[in-house]
Design a protein around this ligand. Structure first.
Ligand code: 5GP
Ligand code: MG
Length: 452
C-alpha cells in the first residue's frame, strides 16, 4: 500500500504536494518523493524516511513548476532501496515520464523477465518500472496512447499518476482495487488516494476516479480535461481491507466515511460475537478504536481505554525486519491498570495477521490484572496473502491460514475469540458503499486469473 497525490495548475504545486503526502503518511512510511514540472524539465526529489524528514523548505523550493505528483512508499514489490522510491522518473523516446503508483502488478515479474531477455535494462526491482518500459516500447507518439498500450498488458492493481512535459494523467485499474479521488483547489485540479489530503489543503472533493477510468489534464488547457474508459470493463473489486485497516478514519473512501464504516463493523461484530459477561470494552489503539466504539454501542457495555499507544513511533508492522517489530510492540502499547484490573474485558482490534502483536497484548493485559479476556476482531480471519498492494505475509506466516480457531485462541492467549464473519463484513460494506469488493485476503477468491 502506498499513497499518491497530484496537482496541476498551481503556483505552489510542490508545497501542496508535500502537505498532501504528509496527510497520507499512514499509507507508507519507508520513503517519499515528489516530481514537479514547469512544463519543460522535471524536478525530482526522493528519499527514505517520513515525509516531514524527507523534504525541507530548500528541497521544496527547488521542486519548481505548477504541476507535481508525489508518493509515499510502503514496499510490496521490490526491496526498500533508494532506486525503488517513487515517483519513478525515466526518459525515453516519449520524453521524460514520472509515475506514482499505488497497487501491485501481478504479472510484472513475467514481463520484466521477457523484456530483459530482449535487452531491456531495469533500474529498480519495482513493478512500476514495467509500465514505463512498456510505454517506451509501445511505438506510440502520445503519452496517453503509450500508457493505454502499457496498461493493457499489465494485470493487477494500479491507481496511478503519470506526469510528463505536457500533462498529468490519473488512472485507476478496471477493478478499482485501490482508491483514487479528484477535486479542485481554487480551480486547480488535485488527485489523492484519500480525502484527508484534500481536507488539509482546503481542496474540494469532487468524485472518485472510476475503476477503469483515465483522466487526462493537459497543461495547456488544465480545465479542458478528458475522461476515457480505454480498458475492457471488469466487475469492480475495491479492497475491503482499506475500510478495515488501511485508510485514515477521517477519509471519505469509496464514497463513504471510514470511521463510520468501522463503527458499523464493530456493531455487527457485537451482534455476531457477543461477550455478555464483559464489564468493559477496550480497543487496541489506534486501529481498533472505531470498531470498539461500535461494539460498545451495540452491546451497551461501557467503553474505556485500557491500552495506551505511544505516538512517537510508527506503525511497526510495516518495518520489514522481524527483530524491529518485536521491539516495536513493547515500545508502542501499555496497559492502564485500573480500567481492567480484576475485570472481564472485551478487547477489540481490527484484524489479526500473524497474531504476534495480539499475543503480546493479551500477555500484557493479564499481567496488568485482567480476569477474563474476550478478544473480538472486526474482520474475518486473514487466511490469504494479498497480491494487490498490501504487504500481507506469505500464507505460512498468516496465523489463521493453517490454524483452526481454537488453536488461534490458544496461541493468542485469550479466553474467548470471535471474528466478524465474511458475510457480516460484506453485508455492512455493501449496505453502505454498494456491491463490488475484493475480499481475497479473507476468502482466497482472487478476482484476477493469475495471482502472485
Ligand atoms: P498481529 O497480532 O497479527 O501480529 O497484529 C495485529 C495488528 O496488526 C492489528 O492491530 C492490525 O491493526 C495490524 N495490522 C493489520 N494489517 C496491517 C498492515 O498491513 N500494516 C500494519 N502496520 N499493521 C497491520
Ligand atoms: Mg492495529
Amino acid at each position: 500500500m502506498c499513497a499518491i497525490f497530484g496537482i496541476v495548475d498551481h503556483h505552489e504545486a510542490s508545497s501542496l504536494c508535500y502537505l498532501g503526502l504528509h496527510s497520507l503518511q499512514h499509507r507508507g512510511q519507508e520513503g517519499a518523493g515528489i516530481v514537479s514540472t514547469d512544463g519543460s524539465e522535471p524536478f525530482a526529489y526522493r528519499k527514505k524516511g517520513h515525509v516531514s524528514e524527507v523534504f525541507s523548505s530548500g528541497t521544496l523550493h527547488r521542486l519548481k513548476g505548477t504541476a507535481a505528483i508525489g508518493h509515499t512508499r510502503y514496499s510490496t514489490t521490490g526491496a526498500n532501496t533508494m532506486a525503488n522510491l517513487q515517483p519513478l522518473l525515466m526518459k525515453s523516446g516519449l520524453g521524460w515520464v514520472a509515475v506514482s503508483h499505488n497497487g501491485n502488478l501481478i504479472n510484472a515479474p513475467t514481463i520484466t523477465a521477457n523484456l530483459e531477455k530482449q535487452g531491456s535494462i531495469f533500474q529498480s526491482t519495482n513493478d512500476t518500472e514495467v509500465i514505463i518500459h512498456l510505454m517506451a516500447r509501445s511505438g506510440q507518439q502520445e503519452i496517453s496512447e503509450a500508457l493505454i498500450h502499457a496498461l493493457k498488458l499489465v494485470e493487477g492493481a494500479y491507481s496511478l499518476l503519470v506526469l510528463s512535459r505536457e500533462s498529468l494523467i490519473a488512472v485507476r485499474d478496471p477493478y478499482g482495487f485501490r482508491p483514487l479521488i479528484t477535486g479542485t483547489l481554487n480551480g486547480s485540479r488535485v488527485f489523492a488516494s484519500e480525502s484527508c489530503a484534500f481536507d488539509l489543503i482546503g481542496a474540494k472533493y469532487e468524485r472518485e476516479i472510476e475503476p477503469g477510468e483515465m483522466m487526462i489534464v493537459p497543461f495547456n488547457r488544465p480545465k479542458g480535461l478528458k475522461s476515457l474508459f480505454p480498458f475492457e470493463k471488469k466487475e469492480r473489486k475495491r479492497c475491503v481491507f482499506e475500510y478495515i485497516y488501511l485508510a485514515r478514519p477521517d477519509s471519505l473512501l469509496f464514497g463513504e466515511n471510514v470511521h463510520e464504516m468501522r463503527k458499523a463493523l464493530g456493531r455487527k461484530l457485537a451482534k455476531e460475537q457477543p461477550a455478555p459477561d464483559a464489564e468493559v470494552v477496550l480497543p487496541v489503539p489506534d486501529s481498533g478504536v472505531a470498531a470498539a466504539i461500535g461494539f460498545a454501542e451495540e452491546s451497551k457495555i461501557p467503553f474505556d481505554m485500557g491500552i495506551i499507544r505511544s505516538h512517537y513511533i510508527g506503525r511497526t508492522f510495516i518495518e520489514p525486519r522481524q527483530s524491529t517489530r518485536d521491539v516495536g510492540v513493547r515500545l508502542k502499547l501499555n496497559a492502564v491498570g485500573p480500567t481492567l484490573k480484576n475485570k472481564s474485558i472485551v478487547v477489540v482490534d481490527d484484524s489479526v495477521v500473524r497474531g504476534t502483536t495480539s499475543r503480546k497484548i493479551m500477555k500484557m493485559l493479564r499481567e496488568a490484572g485482567a480476569r477474563k479476556i474476550h478478544f473480538r476482531v472486526s474482520a474475518p480471519p486473514t487466511t490469504h496473502s494479498c497480491f494487490y498492494g498490501i504487504d500481507t505475509p506469505t500464507r505460512q506466516e498468516l496465523l489463521a491460514s493453517s490454524s483452526a480457531i481454537e488453536a488461534v485462541r490458544q496461541f493468542i492467549g485469550c479466553d474467548t475469540i470471535g471474528y466478524l464473519s465474511l458475510e457480516g463484513l460484506m453485508e455492512v460494506a455493501e449496505n453502505k458503499a454498494g456491491k463490488g469488493f475484493c475480499h481475497a485476503c479473507f476468502s482466497g477468491k482472487y478476482p484476477t486469473e493469475s495471482t502472485g
